[in-house]
Design a binder for this molecule. Structure first.
Ligand code: ADP
Ligand code: MG
Length: 635
């Protein structure tokens, strides 16, 4: 921009020759080009914009005819018709709405970012409400993404003059009067002369799928005429399911809707449909699938929410909900979301963030209701999605308590039935101060774990956690109803104070004196273990591995080790059972034969503990040799 091209405010310049007020110079052609090619990330949206305008026009006519009998006589049932002409290479969107006068053509279509809908609403003195879609004043120009030339033929309701508006989207437009018989009796017809890159929009299936996707829910029905002379075909009914009252919707309609939305054929396990009123108003239709989607654990999978603003699809894959609700299928419709043109902006909108949070809260309440009223049905939901919901325990501490209310766990109490934390806490043993758990990746091995023996002997229930995420949330969760979570593999088992249920089998044998053995093992295994000690947690097994007092849970350190972080985390502690005959025998052998002669047995003992923990022996070949030697020595 050069100085002489800019308009200069001479009064300011007179007061101070350096100061001046400049008006921006805009190259309209460039601006149009920029807008049509960068405002929208997808070309498909041009159709959404034209259909939205058509629906808005129908709505406006309905409004005006409320107070004008003459208009009421003109207005028919709202209808949007899209017609394709492959020979002429045109796509036409026609409506029987309010139309435009010459002045309105100039102000609405001739001024970029001047929304006639906005002005209409201002005139009405209403802000939201009334199902209008446009308010931004740029949607119409999306047509130039796919068209070299756009014609709008229109007749303002209540006037006897029709107009033809034409533009090539290059900075100018023409308006000419049109004989009434060349214009639609009511409304507007917008014809796009498609450009060379836009053949796809001459195909009826393509147009139909775009309309169904983006505009299937708007208030006006939409017909498609797939070629000149063809009969119109209804491709959208003009009703959005979620706008109807719940009492008018049959269960089958919900199920059909869910199937379209999810692309799955199952029955949804939970359907929630509500309207939120208050600072922001919105309607939500939410489904918990009855079956697991195949890509549930794909890290790229986010909760896909369809966001509508006044029944027009704005985004079909918005991350509205937290990742731990990614199995949900939801539709949100709100008039309060700012209609920013780009999807990226919608994603970042604080209003959208707030709505997403409120929806997550409501979904948790609905799940709790289901858990209380239909525990069997909820058990199925938990089986499918519990491991995903549990991610919320780790990622979303503010939701932890709500999630603990519905969470179900496998435990040593029963092989079939899951337990809630409430169940667990209600059955605490005398002197029991913690909620005990064991984490691993294989339920069968968890149930057989030697670390559980001392707990079983005392009738203390242990939660068995076999999902990868379990190793994480248990370390950050503070506890439930004042009881901390404690791993049975971590530190000293502080369960001595809890009385034994029955006298254990080994109780009759007095514990062997294992002082020397402990010392010998410490030396032999120095490379592999942090410590060796006599155990109170073992009753039937000879040995087990636990985490050091201040160390990480065994399973968590194993997970981290798999990701190459082993060195940062401590070695395990070896616990030996002084009441076990194998330990007693080894202690005796140590005394009579000495350390060197029992070295192989000591190493074997350590490998045994590793194997019981689901790990490999330190050296498989050496382990095999030692075991073979032991078998050979049997007499
Ligand atoms: P917005 O819809 O956000 O107002 P658009 O660029 O989509 O912006 O449209 C600009 C204006 O042109 C509309 O507000 C409306 O006044 C007018 N308009 C566009 N299409 C039609 C139509 N089919 N019938 C009547 N008026 C229309
Ligand atoms: Mg519009």
């Amino acid at each position: 921009m050069t100085d002489d091209a800019a308009s200069v405010d001479t009064s300011a310049a007179a007061a101070n020759p350096q100061a001046a007020d400049f008006g921006f110079e805009a190259d309209v052609a460039r601006l149009l080009e920029l807008m049509t090619h960068s405002v929208y990330s997808e070309r498909d949206v041009f159709l959404r914009e034209l259909v939205s305008n058509a629906a808005d026009a129908c709505e406006k006519l309905r409004y005006e005819s409320l107070s004008d009998e003459k208009l009421a006589a003109e207005a028919g049932a709202p209808l949007v018709t899209i017609s394709l002409d492959q020979d002429k290479r045109t796509l036409t969107v026609a409506d029987n709405g309010v139309g435009m006068s010459r002045e309105e053509l100039i102000s609405a279509l001739g001024t970029i970012a001047n929304s006639g809908t906005r002005a209409f609403l201002d005139k009405l003195g209403k802000d939201k409400d009334a199902g209008f879609i446009g308010q931004f004043g740029v949607g119409f120009y999306a047509a130039f993404m796919v068209a070299d030339r756009v014609e709008a033929v229109t007749r303002r309701a209540g006037q006897d003059q029709a107009w033809l508006w034409t533009s090539e989207g290059k900075g100018s437009y023409q308006i000419a009067p049109l004989p009434l018989d060349e214009a639609p009796a009511v409304g507007t017809r917008v014809t796009l002369h498609l450009n060379a890159d836009s053949d796809e929009f001459l195909e009826s299936w393509r147009v139909e799928s775009v309309v169904r996707e983006h505009s299937g829910a708007i208030a006006a029905p939409i017909d498609l005429i797939s070629a000149p002379g063809e009969a119109p075909q209804r491709i959208a009914e003009g009703v959005a399911l979620w706008t109807k009252p719940k009492s008018e919707i049959a269960h089958e309609q919900y199920v059909d809707f869910y199937r379209q939305l999810s692309g799955q054929l199952d029955e949804p396990a939970l359907i929630a449909h509500w309207r939120a009123e208050g600072r922001t108003e919105y309607t939500v239709l939410a489904f918990v699938p009855g079956a697991r989607p195949f890509d549930l654990f794909d890290p790229a999978r986010r909760s896909k929410s369809k966001l509508y603003v006044r029944r027009v699809l704005i985004s079909r894959d918005l991350d509205m909900l937290p990742a731990w609700l990614r199995f949900m299928r939801i539709v949100v419709d709100s008039a309060d979301i700012p209609l920013n043109v780009s999807r990226e902006m919608v994603q970042k909108s604080p209003v959208v963030g707030a709505i997403g949070k409120a929806i997550a809260t409501r979904i948790l309440q609905e799940l709790k209701k289901l858990a209380d009223s239909e525990p069997e049905k909820f058990a199925e939901v938990w089986k499918n999605f519990g491991s995903v919901l549990k991610e919320g325990l780790h990622e979303d501490p503010s939701r932890r308590d709500a999630l603990f209310e519905i969470a179900r766990f496998a435990s040593t109490r029963s092989e079939e039935k899951t337990r809630t934390l409430k169940d667990y806490v209600a059955d605490l043993k005398e002197n029991q101060t913690a909620i005990y758990y064991l984490v691993g990746d294989d339920m069968k091995r968890l149930r057989a774990s030697p670390q559980l023996e001392g707990f079983r002997a005392r009738g203390v229930e242990v939660l068995l956690l076999d999902d990868a995420v379990d190793a994480f949330w248990v370390t950050s969760a503070l506890g439930f109803e004042g009881k901390p979570f404690k791993s049975v593999t971590q530190g000293q088992a502080d369960i001595d104070a809890i009385p034994l249920v029955d006298a254990p089998k080994t109780e009759t044998a007095p514990p062997a004196d294992v002082g020397d053995l402990v010392e010998a093992l410490k030396e032999t295994l120095a490379e592999y273990v942090d410590d060796v000690r006599a155990s109170t947690r073992l009753t039937d097994s000879a040995v087990c591995l636990v985490a050091p007092d201040a160390g990480l849970d065994r399973q968590l350190s194993r997970l981290l080790a798999e990701h190459g972080q082993q060195t940062a985390f401590g070695k395990p502690v070896l616990e030996i059972n002084p009441k076990h005959e194998a330990i007693a025998a080894l202690a005796t052998a140590l005394r009579t034969k000495g350390r060197d002669a029992t070295r192989d047995d000591q190493l074997l003992l350590f490998d045994l503990a590793r194997v019981a923990d689901g790990e490999h022996p330190v050296d498989s070949a050496a382990f095999a040799n030692r075991l073979t030697a032991l078998l050979a020595n049997r007499t």
